[in-house]
Design a protein around this ligand. Structure first.
Ligand code: G4P
Length: 444
């Protein structure tokens, strides 16, 4: 496949949400559709995950919390999807912000009972700043949620973005019967507790069709007709260009847990979400179809293997073609580096890759060469811009209890600062060392 074809088929994105809105559940359903996992439950709750999970780091299992950004790659139809996981806990918001620099779009999950929550607003601010296209999935329709029109108003008000419903729920909670897809004009009836993949919907191209009354009952059918009329009258039709330039967010309704409305979401996503686009550098934009490879590091993990002190740098490919065992320019160090074992990730497995294309994320084995934000190129000397600086909120003084171990301490601190987990300050006079972190959890 040519470089433009490789670019066009890729969709690199993240699912973001306030904790508990259903991000993990939706991720799992996407992986099921992509054939990447075979059974529901393989990706456990992101609070505590066991076995084959998208958290593959021992350190996370020990902490019992998803602290990482892992990457799940799978095919869906003729598309290749790179789904970047983001930690749910608010103490790791910084990780999430950095991950958002490496995606081309996001899916934002909202709990229909709770509506827009604090973390949703913060995450959306980052998306707005970066002009990241957003698709909204309103989840948990099987619960007694808020009125869908109120939810749309709340989204527009609190997230400062125009929305456009792409599907519409029939009832909610106990009266929830299904979702009408405005795009394909299909009605999908709800079958609670279903964990298998969804079947085709009933096509109802004309809402006046009496079949609708038979399927839903006269009152809900009339209510749906009235709602759709209102939507078509009030909301602008979706323009893909407006969505891709982050001016309008398409909205889908469903229930991730019941695997309901998920396929519509995924199908629309692969259809309309943008492929890898141009990226800003200190020397102008780099186009993905620029033949020369370039990419940047947005995340560093230590202790991938608890028996070794090695690290993995996560690099997002921005242009050209990355190849294994080829020398590339580490711009900050002015040094040529090559990588014998670049990896891609799927859940718990790591696989060595021979090549990667724009939109892909690869893990590079690192012996201390990389810092977050570093650029790697095929010769050029530019640096990618826009990886958020991290502003610590909690500070602790470091007291070395064992002067014999000051070297180890220094090394450990340097590792944490390179990874972006902590920042080190020295207070004068007295040479006091102070460590700053974003959240309590990072001190553990
Ligand atoms: P998160 O990653 O955004 O934090 O959310 P997660 O998917 O872990 O979901 C949070 C809780 O919400 C889970 O329940 C999950 O089962 C539930 N949930 C997700 N989607 C739906 C839905 O469509 N309807 C309903 N009713 N619930 C949903 P839990 O009890 O906290 O965890 P678990 O024991 O199910 O893993």
């Amino acid at each position: 496949m040519s470089l433009p074809q490789e670019i066009e088929r890729r969709r690199t994105f993240a699912i973001i949400s306030h904790p508990d809105a259903g991000k993990t559940t939706l991720t799992e359903k996407f992986l099921l559709y992509g054939g990447a996992i075979q059974t529901a439950g393989a990706v456990k709750s992101n609070k505590i995950r066991r076995g084959a999970t998208s958290d593959f780091l021992e350190i996370e299992r020990q902490r019992g919390i998803s602290v990482t950004t892992s990457v799940m790659t799978f095919d869906y139809g003729d598309r290749l999807i790179n789904l970047l996981d983001t930690p749910g806990h608010r103490d790791f918001a910084e990780d999430t912000y950095r991950t958002l620099t490496a995606v081309d779009s996001v899916i934002l999950v909202i709990d229909c009972v709770k509506g827009v929550e604090a973390q949703t607003e913060r995450l959306m601010e980052v998306c707005r700043m970066r002009n990241t296209p957003v698709i909204v999935f309103i989840n948990k329709l099987d619960l007694e949620g808020q009125d869908p029109f109120d939810l749309l108003d709340e989204l527009e008000e609190k997230l400062s973005i125009k929305v456009r419903p792409m599907s519409w729920p029939v009832g909610i909670g106990a009266t929830f019967q299904g979702v009408y897809d405005l795009h394909s004009k299909g009605l999908r009836l709800f079958d609670p507790g279903k964990t298998k993949l969804e079947k085709a919907s009933t096509r109802i191209s004309d809402l006046a069709d009496p079949q609708l009354d038979k399927l839903l009952g006269a009152d809900p059918a009339n209510e749906l007709r009235a709602s759709i009329e209102l939507i078509e009258g009030v909301y602008e039709p979706l323009s893909i260009e407006a969505y891709r330039s982050a001016r309008i967010a398409p909205v889908f309704f469903g229930s991730a847990f019941n695997n309901f409305g998920v396929k519509e979401l995924l199908d629309a996503f692969v259809d309309i979400a943008p492929p890898p686009g141009p990226r800003a550098t200190d020397q102008g934009e780099v186009q993905p179809d620029d033949k020369r490879f370039s990419g940047f590091v947005f995340k560093i993990h230590a202790n991938i293997d608890p028996n070794h002190r090695d690290r993995i740098a996560f690099l997002r490919v921005c242009s050209g073609h990355f190849e294994r065992n080829t020398y590339y320019n580490h711009v900050r160090l002015g040094k040529e580096l090559r990588f014998a074992t670049p990896t891609t990730f799927l859940a718990a497995q790591k696989t060595i890759v021979e090549e990667a294309w724009p939109g892909d994320v690869i893990g590079l084995f690192d012996t201390g060469n990389f810092k977050i934000g570093d650029t790697l190129t095929e010769g050029a000397n530019f640096n990618f811009r826009g990886i958020p600086a991290f502003s610590p909120e909690l500070f602790r003084e470091l007291v070395n209890q064992d002067p014999m171990k000051s070297k180890q301490l220094e090394k450990g601190i340097r590792q944490l600062t390179d990874e972006g987990v902590a920042q080190l300050y020295t207070q004068q006079p007295g040479n006091k060392k102070i460590v700053g972190c974003v959240g309590e959890l990072q001190f553990r």
